[in-house]
Design a protein around this ligand. Structure first.
Ligand SMILES: Cc1cc2nc3c(=O)[nH]c(=O)nc-3n(C[C@H](O)[C@H](O)[C@H](O)COP(=O)(O)OP(=O)(O)OC[C@H]3O[C@@H](n4cnc5c(N)ncnc54)[C@H](O)[C@@H]3O)c2cc1C
Length: 401
């Protein structure tokens, strides 16, 4: 068994990697986070956080800091791209907090990352290493050795790979190749609220649903910024190389949509690259010996439920608990972690796919049917649909000695 002084190596300092480092660091484990970028935590844009992630934030000691920086929308609204009519509404005010105990918030990703990284920096046993691109791993006699692109070797007691959708560690472990693409591209933009001069909802998380496209928008930082995410289906299946410049289909996509959607599109900064929407099939096992995966590296999902980062943070807290309970028996801890997490994360992956195709992006009569079904649902019924997710994740109990 490894002692707490032998470093656990975390590959990737995104939200999942930073949360894992903090969770382990708070329990006294020595952690080194290896990030390929030259700086930690600089990726912008907004992020939605469901109430389920707040019990994890409690365990990380950061709930108050997150809430200070977050914006609380009144509702999550789905609108019809043709006429702006309401398809569905989830109120996120008092009744939501009564039901799920915690709020629904949106926050600037940089702010959330900053809270996690500041908390890591306050711990002497957590080290953050930038400019460190991990190339591969090798494990022998209870130790793991990482080799970096610069040909350095870093040794640790175990590896947690939180290196995202195109995880290098996962590729070595499972050899599956590129993630599955579905022909959609997402663009994200943040603009000052003062630049938004047209009539648009500034109180809610709003999703405009169209046939093969959608737009999500919400305010950030006390309503001073406006976050817009636009997503559309391409005619060529959106190969990853398509993201460097505006896609040729763009001009056609919003031609028949509501004037507000057109005004939102006009605000997008299309000089920035887009994200090719991708995921992978769920799996049951993502650990080998002293190496495991976390977050998008383990169970990448479409962003339909806005839960990818929330799942990564739930993983992080669960994994730290399993490691600590095992006293450093990493293979046993990683197996318990997988068992605790795979069904919940697989459900997020499957439901995200299902709603992407059958709810968010349907057109014509199908959308009329969706609207008739969903707009008739009561608040209580909406909450019941979301309970499996928003009621949260219960950490496995400590095993009896
Ligand atoms: C358009 C869009 C909107 C989304 N909205 C939401 C939302 O509202 N709510 C939500 O919960 N989720 C949302 N998500 C999902 C969320 O962004 C991801 O699930 C989350 O960021 C995953 O975190 P992660 O730490 O696992 O991976 P990442 O955030 O991808 O972090 C991986 C890190 O590893 C580093 N790295 C990669 N390879 C190496 C290497 N070889 N060596 C060293 N470092 C490496 C990367 O530089 C990066 O810092 C959204 C996703 C998209 C595309």
């Amino acid at each position: 068994m490894a002692g707490k002084h032998e470093p656990i190596l975390v590959v990737g300092g995104g939200l999942g990697g930073a949360a894992a480092a903090l969770a382990l660091g708070r329990k006294g484990w020595r952690v080194r986070v290896l990030e390929q970028a030259s700086e930690f935590g600089v990726i912008g844009y907004g992020i939605q956080l469901g109430p389920n992630v707040f019990s994890m934030f409690d365990r990380l000691g950061i709930s108050d800091a997150v809430l200070r920086l977050a914006f609380r929308p009144k509702s999550i609204l789905m609108l019809d791209s043709a006429d702006g009519g309401e398809i569905a509404r989830i109120p996120t005010g008092e009744s939501f907090v009564r039901r799920f105990k915690r709020p629904y918030v949106v926050i600037h990703r940089v702010d959330l990352h900053g809270v996690l990284l500041d908390a890591c920096r306050a711990l002497p046993n957590v080290e953050l290493v930038a400019n460190c691109n991990v190339a591969d791993y090798d494990q022998q006699s209870g130790k793991v050795r990482l080799r970096t692109e610069a040909n350095a070797t870093i040794e640790g007691a175990a590896v947690i790979a939180a290196d995202g959708l195109r995880s290098t560690v996962r590729q070595q472990m499972l050899g599956e190749g590129e993630p599955r693409t579905i022909g959609y591209i997402a663009h994200r933009t943040i603009v000052p609220m003062s630049d938004v001069t047209f009539d648009v909802d500034r109180d809610n998380v709003v999703l405009w649903s169209g046939h093969g496209f959608h737009i999500v928008h919400y305010p950030l930082r006390n309503g001073t910024l406006f976050n817009i995410v636009t997503v559309f289906k391409t005619s060529d299946g959106a190969a990853p190389s398509d993201t460097a410049s505006p896609h040729p289909d763009l001009a056609h996509v919003y031609r028949d949509s509501h004037p507000t959607m057109k005004a939102l599109w006009a605000m997008m900064d299309l000089s920035r690259r887009g994200w090719v929407s991708s995921d992978r099939d769920p799996i049951r096992h993502w650990s080998v010996g002293h190496v495991t995966l976390l977050g998008d590296a383990a169970h990448p999902t479409l962003q339909t439920l806005a839960q990818g980062a929330c799942m990564a943070i739930e993983d992080a807290v669960c994994l730290a608990e399993m490691i600590d309970q095992s006293g450093g028996d990493f293979p046993a801890a990683f197996q318990r972690y997988e068992r605790a997490r795979y069904l919940r994360t697989a459900r997020v992956q499957f439901e995200s796919r299902y709603h992407w195709d059958n709810f968010y992006h349907v057109g014509g009569l199908e959308r009329e049917v969706a609207r008739a079904i969903w707009s008739g649902r009561s608040e209580e019924e909406m909450f019941d649909c979301l309970a499996w997710l928003y009621d949260g994740f219960a950490l496995p109990e400590r095993k009896a000695a």
